[in-house]
Design a protein around this ligand. Structure first.
Ligand SMILES: [Zn+2]
Ligand SMILES: [Zn+2]
Length: 186
């Protein structure tokens, strides 16, 4: 997802991409919960240039599947990837560290309000949205996904899914000496 900043004209630039299932899989592989893509993700972005800064407003919805954190059943969920941020040229970012109050002169463009949106840095003429989308998607992922709030999980003794049935195991093991007796079948 690359944009040459010269393509962004006065009226802004609207672009959309279909991020492949494989690319989404790679992005979410950084999360330990085991997310996988169910398909491609459509991403819409609006880019506006204010002097050399580029404001990105992007929206998408990643269709994912993940094992429930308690019972391991596959859970389908749609994670919104919505973000707004301002990309600052690398040289400007170094020379002028973010300090909105000390900055003299309001920036050109009425809707642009520094400090409201997150900032990131770009170098050269080409903006690559891939790492930004990856970061935003990882931030949006629930860290402990469950199939339902009251998921009962798996029996630690026999592995049965306790949402389906009560296996009858004694899961309250008071003393390890008794725990070994439990496996003795009479
Ligand atoms: Zn579950
Ligand atoms: Zn059990």
């Amino acid at each position: 997802m690359r944009v040459n900043i010269d393509e962004i004209k006065e009226a802004g630039l609207r672009r959309s991409w279909d991020v492949t299932r494989e690319a989404i899989d790679e992005m979410v592989a950084g999360d330990p919960a085991g997310y996988r893509a169910r398909g491609a993700t459509h991403l819409d972005a609006k880019l506006d240039k204010i002097e050399r800064r580029v404001r990105v407003d992007a929206h998408g919805k990643a269709e994912l599947t993940v094992p429930c954190g308690r019972c391991l059943s596959p859970v389908s969920l749609d994670v919104p990837v919505d973000f707004e941020l301002t990309l600052v040229p690398a040289d400007e970012y170094v020379d002028e560290p973010r300090s909105d109050k000390e900055k003299g002169g309001a920036p050109v463009g009425g809707s642009f309000e520094p400090g409201e949106a997150e900032e990131d840095v770009y170098a050269g003429k080409v903006i690559d949205l891939d790492p930004i989308v990856r970061e935003q998607l990882l931030l949006a992922l629930p860290s402990y996904p469950v199939c339902k709030e009251d998921c009962k999980g798996l029996c630690p003794v026999c592995g049965a899914n306790l949402n389906d049935r009560e296996c009858g195991c004694d899961r309250h093991v008071p003393d390890p000496r008794w725990a070994s007796l439990k496996n003795v079948k009479l």
